[in-house]
Design a binder for this molecule. Sequence first.
Ligand SMILES: *Cc1c(COP(=O)(O)O)cnc(C)c1O
Length: 369
Amino acid sequence: MSIDIKIPFNKPSLAGNELDYIQDAVRRGHLSGNGPYTKKCHALFENRYGFKKALLTTSCTAALEMCALLADIQPGDEVIVPSYTFVSSALAFVRQGANIVFCDSRDDHPGMVETIESLITPRTKVIVVVHYAGVAVDMDPIMAIANRHQILVVEDAAQAIESTYKGRQLGTIGHLGTFSFHETKNVQAGEGGLLGINDERFVERSEILWEKGTNRAQFFRGQIDKYTWVDTGSSFLPSDLTAAYLLAQLERMEQIQQERLEIWRRYEQSLEPSPSIPDFATNNAHMFYIVKDSEQQANSLIQACTSAGILAVTHYRCLHTSPFYRKHHASQSLKNANRYERCLVRLPLFCGLGIDEQNRVIEVVKKAS
Ligand SMILES: *Cc1c(COP(=O)(O)O)cnc(C)c1O
């Protein structure tokens, strides 16, 4: 029997001037990367979040790959990454030859544990912090450990736009921060990402890696009279059409956040609340999830939703038990990550999800609990 899904898990939507800006970009005749809309997005992020430099990328994955290059990862270097995260948080570093050392999730939250000092060795080069569901990891202990051992901190803030830790925007605390504008994130461009640079040392090189290892950006600023191949890199920059779409979303960021928060709060008032938000963190309503007591309970909740035409879904498969990682590494036990893999269920949450649909989700989830 095929089930008719009436309430999807996610649905991208226009927030404002997306189509006008795309038309304007076409009219201006600059469709390739680093055009007028890209520059506007960079300026917006540099002003709003205070990055030393902001660079749009084709994805958060690409921004993480740039981090691996900037960190100068060499084969055998170690990178600490939570197991309960998206593949790219680890993969971007694996491509440069890194060995990944996985850490567990917190007991009370799927976000990573802060007690990672025992995982550090002389080969540790980077700690990748993932702000799960846009809720901050406790950054002070992590930064203290990193500074003590002279390790770089990359914040994978893919889900964390407009969310803060002790009043500071996530992605601006570590040496480097990355964001995603994939259509499943709060602010969308289909595919897209951002690298935010907080450490002055990486500013100049980042621009070169971004444009295929050339000093093209300096050339266009008139700082040199010919541009040439000076470093490694790739084509990390998105088309100006992507930036045009993104700018329109960024201009409506407050409305997007407000609408998502209203849905989140309506869910929270009626359903067993997901793990509470720590005092040092804010909630950007990226995700509403429920952690059930067992895998069986999680499955029956998903089943009840599916039967009612609602798409509720689990989230990550742990990376430390993935087929790719297990090919090369012995098994280990990360108790909390395993539990979230089995017991966490996410509910539909997107701009345009109507009140009737929200009420329907609440009714079905309540009945199944
Ligand atoms: C979505 C996501 C990514 C990947 O983002 P893309 O833009 O699709 O590459 C990476 N890390 C986390 C935590 C994510 O949620």
